[in-house]
Design a protein around this ligand. Structure first.
Ligand SMILES: C[S@@+](CC[C@H](N)C(=O)[O-])C[C@H]1O[C@@H](n2cnc3c(N)ncnc32)[C@H](O)[C@@H]1O
Length: 355
């Protein structure tokens, strides 16, 4: 499906009907940002919007998928092409990747903060626990080199630290074991906070734990922390700018922010019969809903530049960007995920300083 051609066609037809982007978006009950994304070729309307779009723009579905007006002569040929493309698209959509998993039935959705928080908190309060431990320090995730090897966090002794998306507290324990003196954790899931409390208490560690979405005003002290870090937590935010602004405010001058997340290129490439196949557009930052072990998650795959530009725009200076694979670990895995990690980064980590 030619997203760029379809986007241009939507823009042309909208103008022909004398609609501004805002008017067209209002008629569909969505934001003009979403319309602009479609028109720039950076995303496709989800299925439920296709019929209303056609009605408003006075075109039919075949023309929308073809990205052009069709004459009677080329109608049948285009209809068949479109069906084949749609079947291929349905296959492609199934290959949304999170961590080492290929998700089924990932559908684009309009981002709704309340829905995203509800869905993700529910996921992390139930089966999300299966993933924890695997994404706790010293592991940054996937086949990324361990913190013991790359030392992104620096000396933790006597430091005031805050973990965003602290899960069940394993990474906070890592910081405590290395001498961090003042520990704080933030997480959206009540169950994860409870698990964290129990786990840290069992190890005689005291931490202040707060159950709130990272994008919200959390009442955390400002100009206070030496280090804010997050292991596979930041990508869950519904508002990257707001999250970085908040983190910036919590840090003291020259304080450090380090986070690791799934590398966006990893999410574009699947492994089929031992070969790497480009199965998703790197530019696609649409929000999607996907089933994962009988529950659902809501996420968006942001480009690396989105993270870096958001840091720069919110008062951070990049100290280091790491895109590496621990080759020994990846070779030892003897699975598709490991084979892929030998060819491209599956995780990235950024160390930034409050300017
Ligand atoms: C992969 S886990 C992090 C694991 C954790 N770093 C550890 O070391 O065990 C991601 C965490 O982010 C939390 N999370 C998801 N969305 C969030 C949000 N909007 N605000 C705060 N936490 C969120 C989840 O509840 C989950 O505990």
């Amino acid at each position: 499906m030619n997203q760029v051609k379809i986007g241009r066609f939507i823009a042309d037809m909208r103008k022909q009907q004398n609609f501004t982007q805002r008017e067209f978006a209002a008629a569909l009950g969505i934001s003009d940002k979403t319309v602009s994304k479609w028109e720039c070729g950076n995303g496709m309307p989800e299925l439920s919007f296709m019929q209303p779009i056609c009605e408003i723009l006075k075109i039919d579905l075949n023309e929308l998928f073809a990205g052009e007006k069709l004459t009677d002569a080329d109608y049948k040929e285009k209809a068949e092409e479109n069906i084949i493309t749609l079947v291929e698209e349905a296959e492609r959509i199934k290959k949304n990747i999170v961590g080492g998993k290929v998700l089924g039935n990932a559908n684009n959705v309009e981002m709704d903060v309340h829905e995203a928080h509800k869905t993700n908190a529910e996921f992390w309060s139930t089966i999300g626990s299966e993933f924890l431990g695997a994404t706790a320090l010293p592991n940054w995730g996937g086949f990324f080199p361990s913190e013991d090897k790359i030392n992104l966090l620096g000396d933790l002794y006597g430091r005031k630290v805050l973990e965003i998306g602290c899960g069940n507290g394993h990474s906070l324990k890592y910081a405590a074991d290395l001498g961090a003196s003042d520990l704080w954790g933030l997480d959206i899931s009540v169950s994860q906070i409870e698990l964290s409390e129990q786990f840290l208490k069992k190890h005689g560690i005291h931490a202040k734990l707060i159950c709130l979405p990272m994008e919200d005003e959390c009442g955390l002290p400002t100009e206070y922390f030496d280090l804010v870090y997050s292991v596979y937590g930041i990508g869950w935010t519904t508002d990257l700018d707001k999250t970085f602004q908040q983190i910036h405010s919590y840090l003291r001058k020259d304080g450090i922010f380090v986070f690791g997340w799934s590398h966006p290129i990893h999410k574009c490439v699947s492994v089929e019969n031992g070969r790497l196949i480009f199965s998703n557009s790197y530019f696609n930052e649409n929000w999607y809903r996907a089933g994962m072990s009988n529950k659902e998650i809501m996420l968006s795959n942001r480009m690396l530049s989105t993270y870096i530009n958001a840091l720069a725009e919110n008062g951070f200076v990049i100290v280091k960007l790491v895109e590496e694979t621990d080759r020994e670990k990846a070779m030892g895995a003897e699975n598709d995920f490991g084979r892929k990690a030998l060819m491209l980064p599956t995780v990235f980590a950024i160390k930034a300083r409050k300017a």
